[in-house]
Structures are given as structure tokens and as C-alpha cells.
Design a protein around this ligand. Sequence first.
Ligand code: HEM
Length: 251
Amino acid sequence: MDSVSLIFNVLAYLALAIFWVGVGYRLWVWAETPVPLKIPTTPAPETLSGVTARMAGEVVLFRSLFRGDKALWLGGWTFHGALLLILLKHLRYFLFPVPAWIAGLNHIGVYAGEFILIPLLFLLVRRFTLEQVRYISVLSDYLVLLLLIGIALTGLAMKFVAGVDVVAVKAFMLGIITLSPTAMPASTWFLFHFSLVLLLLVYFPFSKLLHAGGVFVSPTRNQRDDGRIRRYVNPWDYPAESGEVTTFGGG
Ligand code: HEM
């Protein structure tokens, strides 16, 4: 194997390790952090099924964002929807055999790849132009949007500027997954695309992008508003053996 392929195989494993350990560790710390009070954002459901429905509304429809800021909701929701389609389309590089429904997403995945630039640019321009948003924005807020735009542009370049051997891409990805590294496809655009994706993986656990998993361990969202029905015990008022210690999911 050539040295560039070797380096990128090693970088891929490093990036994957940082991603999984980082995401796992941060979510575990959040999940394990005792919550001293009932703090669900009201009006909140009183039952577990109610909490599940509420969480689903947040994750699938971004309901509270919809109530708060319609323009941001439209930009954010369409961005995430397009990202989902793109990622599902990409599964054809990781799965063998490719399920028919993933293969069927090929065209819509490319449209989503073109479309995603619109919400991404909107989110970027919004940060520059809205006074209050600019005030609370930090460098990483801009950089992560630029990173995603860079990933989309280099992906589209492989489609519209200089094609890539997708069979070689698949062999490369399956090589990584099956721990039998193979040569990297000979494409400069792929090299850029893949490098930016690795950067995203490494940055993900340290960034605000972790809201993707964080929403599930957020007490304001996962707690039941049943303080008048069940006695809620502050976890550090009693030792664990009291059986009433409440952390993630127990609220
Ligand atoms: C290791 C992971 C990835 C690999 C191996 C990969 C590979 C590729 C390849 C080979 C193409 C060209 C498709 C074609 O010519 O038909 C492409 C396109 C694209 N990729 Fe990726 N990609 C990866 C991750 C990502 C991620 C995480 C994103 C988004 C954040 C992304 C966004 C895009 C977009 C928008 C396109 C253009 C539209 C399309 O053809 O789907 N890619 N990618």
C-alpha cells in the first residue's frame, strides 16, 4: 500500500476512536450527573410516554425551536433533513450488500447534497447579519458551518467536476470497517472530502454538535413534571442504597 493510503487509514482509526470515545464519555458524564431539582421546561408531560412523545417532537420536528424562531427552525430543520438523506445515501459505501431502499435514495441524496448548501449559507449569513446572534457567536460557530459547507462542496465536486471511482471508495471504506486496510481512491476531491470528514469526526465530541445526543440527557426535556404526584429526592441528599437516587431517565 502507498504511504498516503497508509496515513489515511491510520488517521481514520484515530478519528473514529476520538469520535466514539469522546461522544460516549461526554454523554456518560451528562447522564450520570445527579439532578437536584425537577426542572422540566413547562408545560411538561407527567408520564414516561408523554416524555417520549415530547422528546420525539423535539428530535423529529424541533418543536420548541419552531415556537421560538420560525426562520431559524426552517433553516435548521431543512439542514438536518438534507443531512439525514445524504448520510442514508452514503450508507451504500459502508454496507454490503446495499439494501434496496438505500440504493433507491441515490438521486434524492444528490439533490439533498445540492440543497443543503442553502440552509448552511442561511445559517452562516444569519450569524453575520443579526446583531444579537453575532454578539453570542464564537469563532467555532462559524468554522463548523464552513466545515460542513466544505464537505458538501467537495462531495459535489466528485459528482460534477471530476468523478471518483465509487467502487474504489467502497473498497476503501469496507477495508477500514473490516480492519483490513486497502488503498485510497486516487482522487484529490475524495482526499479533501475524506480529510474534512475526519476533521468533523475529531471535532464533534468537543463541540456544540454534541447537541445531537445531548438532547436525550437534558433534564429540561427528559424529566416528568410529576412533582405533585411522586416525591422527588435530591440524589445527593440520600446515599444510593436508599433506592431513590435519580439520574438520567429516572426523573
Ligand atoms: C467517510 C465518510 C464519507 C465518504 C467515504 C464519502 C464519500 C463520498 C463520495 C464518494 C461522494 C461522491 C458520490 C458520487 O459521485 O456519486 C460523496 C458525495 C457527497 N458527500 Fe460524502 N462521504 C463521506 C462523508 C460525508 C459526510 C459526513 C457528509 C456530510 C456532512 C458528506 C456529504 C456529501 C455530499 C453533500 C455529497 C454530494 C452529493 C452526493 O453525491 O451525495 N459526505 N461522498
